[in-house]
Design a protein around this ligand. Sequence first.
Ligand code: SAM
Length: 324
Amino acid sequence: MLLHDRHGRSIRYLRLSLTPACQMRCTYCRPDWLHNTDHTGALTPAELESLVRHLVDHHGLRKLRLTGGDPTARPDLLEIITRTASIPELEPLAMTTNGLSLASRAAEYVGAGMRRINISLDALDRECFKAMTGVDGLHRVLNGIDAALDAGFDSIKLNTVVLRGQNEHELPRLVRFAAERDLPIRFIELMPMGPLADQWADRYVPEPEMRRVLQPHVARWEPLEQGASSARCSRVTLHDGLTGIVGFITPMSCNFCAACDRLRITSDGSLYPCLMDQPAGSLMAAIRPRFDGALLDRMLNDALSHKQAEHPVNGFVTMTMIGG
Ligand code: SAM
């Protein structure tokens, strides 16, 4: 039976955060107090597989994305990919990553069964990238994108969080970079959660403003069908004829809650029916010491019966703990 929330939305998409740990310290995402973890106590690959299989077999789950923190911070990531990619009813497996490990590991991820990958890229200027991510790693991420292109993923997308006073001026360059590689790029509005929550009103750049920054560089915008994506995308033609796909993910100026089909579970078993709301408790009792599907279903249904129609105004925890 499909999982439904009390607003009639069915849940077909799980975002599984494998760890709150990340090799980056993005100013808008990872607070100073959050130190990296050794993963003791995190759901194991076998437990994650049981959880996903249960949701697929009993509740018609169709999509799975591995996220974090950064999923690549998990030493057992390849085993997790292998176990979850082999579930035939799921759409091709997806992952979101900071891209730092791709130069050396993209081919292994594909070999294990990963098919779709979203890579964060906030700037093409080395200093701007370093200021936003806390890591002098632009070169590694660019090499990672090249490696991902060579590795044979079905889909590669770039994601950029846009911060006022930091990277708005990078948008035209980023669009050209993506278009030259035939990669879609999506610009994300800052959400009031995490370390910049207090400064949100000053740092948030709404979609219309992002478009204004891009406007002098774009000769033509052709809106594309949105489908199930949270991004509203257009095919853009630049003045020299280069074409690319640009999307906007606008949780703040124009939210997409009405079509939300997502559930989030973190590596400690916490359940988040909404990215910005409080966790709805822990599923651990249904997973350890042995998997209890009936208890899990009661917990899921109870949590979904409280899912709000729209996300709260302010986030409850920071994104690195839930997975965006
Ligand atoms: N580490 C991976 C990465 O870098 O993409 C995956 C996890 S990260 C939490 C997932 C996404 O959340 C990234 O695209 C990141 O930029 C975005 N994100 C984090 N904090 C955000 C915020 N306050 N507002 C909007 N997007 C945010």
